[in-house]
Design a protein around this ligand. Structure first.
Ligand code: ZN
Length: 309
């Protein structure tokens, strides 16, 4: 049967974490995305009838517990985007990784009063060892895979900004390049100590959608980087291939640089030169299109219906 699911996912990176990715380390925690962007995104979701998955940091879970609870009550999913959004994520030590995975799961679950079963890595930076650790921490799915060579450019840029190094050849780029874009469900074995092949020890992979053949990644920042005709063409090619759609946006896609007095060092981030009205209108139109073409549900709600690859 053809999958008709669309998972609209949002990486809720705070402004301070975005800037850290760009090499700016001096910002204290900034809560603008929680206070302004997420309520706006929830309104757009209500208006268009879609249910979303929000990947959030454990660091802010207790302070934002009212908002997290509201996300769940309104039918959306709270998932983990690590505890403190460290980068490069796949280069963390085993101890750091265990903490980021475990502490975020516990704090987010407590705050939203719902089971947190999904994970997406900061800058989508995972390798097979990271995936094994994600399953060992009790997650049922990972949504970090971007099966596209275009990931290379963004990956290297983030690495260089965040570490000051000139080269990023030790980053986990290769797994993205060899991953299959057509595979709807990828499963990765858990740690050998846990028995490996038992069904309960497998992690479901939910890759970001890419165009067939060209592997152009289809995500919200792309809509600010290419002409609308190209953006629409990528969408149509994914529709024609009858693959499920996994669409990704960021919390800042619900913020206006001037309207919300965002730190001006964010001005080069895709879409930050666009007015808030235009950004929200663009999201509303897109969500309406997705709701027309797909069943827009949280990732978690699709897990039980998936077959092993
Ligand atoms: Zn992020």
């Amino acid at each position: 049967m053809t999958q008709k699911w669309c998972h609209i996912t949002c990486d809720v990176d705070t402004i301070d974490r975005h800037l850290q990715g760009y090499g700016v380390e001096d910002r204290p925690p900034c809560y603008l995305v929680y206070e302004r962007a997420i309520p706006r995104l929830l309104e757009v979701a209500d208006l268009t009838g879609v249910k979303m998955t929000f990947f959030l940091m454990g660091r802010d879970a207790m302070i934002q517990r009212g908002l997290l609870r509201q996300i769940v009550v309104r039918g959306h999913e709270v998932a983990s985007h690590s505890y403190s959004h460290p980068q490069p994520f796949a280069n963390l030590t085993k101890t750091e990784l265990t903490y980021e995975l475990g502490a975020s799961k516990a704090s987010l679950s407590n705050a939203c009063e719902d089971a947190v079963v999904g994970f997406r890595a900061p800058a989508w930076d995972v390798d097979l060892a990271t995936l094994t650790a994600i399953r060992a921490a009790g997650y049922l799915y990972d949504a970090s895979w971007v099966p596209s060579p275009f990931i290379l450019a963004t990956r290297l840029a983030v690495y260089r900004h965040s570490t000051g190094k000139r080269h990023g050849i030790d980053m986990a780029v290769l797994p993205h390049l060899i991953a299959s874009p057509s595979r709807r469900v990828g499963r990765y074995p858990s740690t050998p100590e846990r028995g490996g092949s038992a069904k309960t020890d497998l992690l479901t992979e939910i890759p970001m959608s890419v165009a067939p053949i060209t592997r152009f990644p289809y995500y919200h920042s792309l809509s600010y980087m290419v002409p609308k005709s190209v953006f629409d063409l990528v969408y149509r090619s994914i529709r024609l291939a009858r693959n499920e759609l996994v669409y990704t946006l960021h919390g800042v896609d619900g913020l206006g640089l001037h309207e919300d007095l965002v730190d001006v060092r964010m001005q080069h981030h895709p879409g930050m030169d666009v007015s808030l009205d235009e950004k929200l209108s663009r999201l509303t139109k897109l969500f309406r299109q997705f709701a027309k073409d797909y069943d827009c549900i949280p990732v978690k709600a699709s897990l039980n219906s998936r077959q092993p690859a």
